[in-house]
Design a protein around this ligand. Structure first.
Ligand code: T3D
Length: 258
C-alpha cells in the first residue's frame, strides 16, 4: 500500500517502519507524504493507542535523500514546508504516545524525526549526527527548536557546528534519548514500552502532550490557564472516572483510552 514505509498493527500498537534500507531510509517527498498520511490514519484510529517509529535495515534514517537533492534545483523553503515540517507537526500533534525505536544511525532530519517522538529508545550501536554542517546547511526539520530543548543550547550548538557523531550511550547521558538497549532486543523493548503506554489513559496522554508543547512556547501565567482548560477536558473522559473509581475501590484501573 505504501512505497517507502511499512505499517503493521499489533494489538493496540501501530508500528511504522521507514523502508528504504539501501539508502539508509533517507527521506524523499513520497516518504513525507506517506508519513503524514499514515500518522493521520493512526491518529484517527481509536483502536490504536500508541505508535512506534523505526527503520528497516541498519539505519534509522539518514535525513534527506541527497541523490534526490542533487537532481535539483530545489526550492528548499518550499520543500521543507511541504515535506519535513508537515511530518514533524504530524508527530508532535498526534494525540497518542509515539515511541522512536532508533535501530541505527540517525542523521540530519533523521535526528529530528526521533526528537519529535515522545519517548526515544535506541539500540546500543545506534548513533546520532547533525549532518547538516557537512553539506553547508543549517539544522532544519525542527532541530533548532527540538535539540536545545532536549540537551540545552551549549550542547545543541556544539552538535550542530561540529556535526560529530554521538553514540547511543552519550545520547542517553545528555538527555537526547530516554534509554539504550541491546540491539537484538530493541523492537521487543520498544513494543513493551508502547504496550505499557497504550494501557494508560490515552486521552490524558494526548492532552498532556499538547500541554507540554504549548507550555514550551508560553509564559507561566498562560500555561496555568491552559492547564486548567486541558484538565477540564481530561476530567470529562471515561478513563478519569475509571481512575477515581479504581482508587476508591482499591483495585487497578482498566483504562480504555476514552
Ligand atoms: O533538500 C531538502 O529538502 C533540505 C532538507 C535537508 C534535511 C537533511 O536531512 S540534510 C542532511 C542530509 N543527510 C546527510 O547529510 C547524511 C548523509 N549520510 C551520511 O553522512 C552517512 O551516510 C551516515 C553517517 C548517515 C552513515 O554513514 P555510513 O558510513 O554508515 O554509511 P555510508 O556508506 O555513508 O552510506 C551507505 C549507503 O547509503 C551509501 O550508498 P551506497 O554507496 O551503498 O550505494 C550512501 O550513499 C547511502 N546514503 C547514506 N545517506 C544518504 C544516502 N543516500 C542518499 N541520501 C542520504 N542522505
Amino acid at each position: 500500500m505504501y512505497e517507502t514505509i511499512l505499517l503493521e498493527r499489533s494489538q493496540s500498537i501501530g508500528i511504522v517502519t521507514l523502508n528504504r534500507p539501501n539508502k539508509l531510509n533517507a527521506c524523499t517527498s513520497t516518504m513525507h507524504r506517506e508519513l503524514v498520511d499514515v500518522l493521520e490514519a493512526l491518529d484517527q484510529d481509536d483502536a490504536v493507542r500508541a505508535v512506534v517509529l523505526t527503520g528497516s535495515g541498519r539505519a534509522f534514517c539518514a535525513g534527506q535523500d541527497l541523490g534526490v537533492t542533487k537532481q535539483g534545483p530545489i526550492d528548499y523553503e518550499e520543500a521543507l514546508k511541504r515535506g519535513y515540517n508537515r511530518v514533524i507537526r504530524s508527530l508532535t500533534h498526534l494525540e497518542k504516545p509515539v515511541i522512536a525505536a532508533v535501530n541505527g544511525v540517525a542523521a540530519g532530519a533523521g535526528v529530528a524525526l526521533a526528537l519529535a517522538c515522545d519517548y526515544k529508545v535506541a539500540a546500543d550501536d545506534a548513533s546520532f549526527v547533525q549532518a547538516f554542517v557537512h553539506i553547508g546547511l543549517v539544522p532544519d526539520s525542527g532541530c533548532t527548536w527540538l535539540l536545545p530543548r532536549h540537551v540545552g543550547l551549549a550542547r545543541a550548538m556544539e552538535l550542530a557546528m561540529f556535526g560529530d557523531k554521538l553514540d547511543a550511550n552519550e545520547a542517553e547521558t545528555i538527555g537526547l534519548i530516554n534509554r539504550v538497549v541491546p540491539r537484538d532486543t530493541l523492537l521487543a523493548e520498544a513494543f513493551e514500552i508502547a504496550q505499557r503506554l497504550a494501557s494508560l489513559p490515552t486521552r490524558a496522554i494526548g492532552l498532556m502532550k499538547r500541554a507540554f508543547y504549548d507550555g514550551l512556547e508560553s509564559s507561566l501565567s498562560d500555561s496555568l490557564d491552559r492547564e486548567a482548560h486541558i484538565q477540564q477536558l481530561a476530567s470529562q473522559t471515561a478513563d478519569h472516572q475509571e481512575g477515581i473509581a479504581a482508587f476508591l475501590e482499591k483495585r487497578r484501573p482498566t483504562f480504555r483510552g476514552m
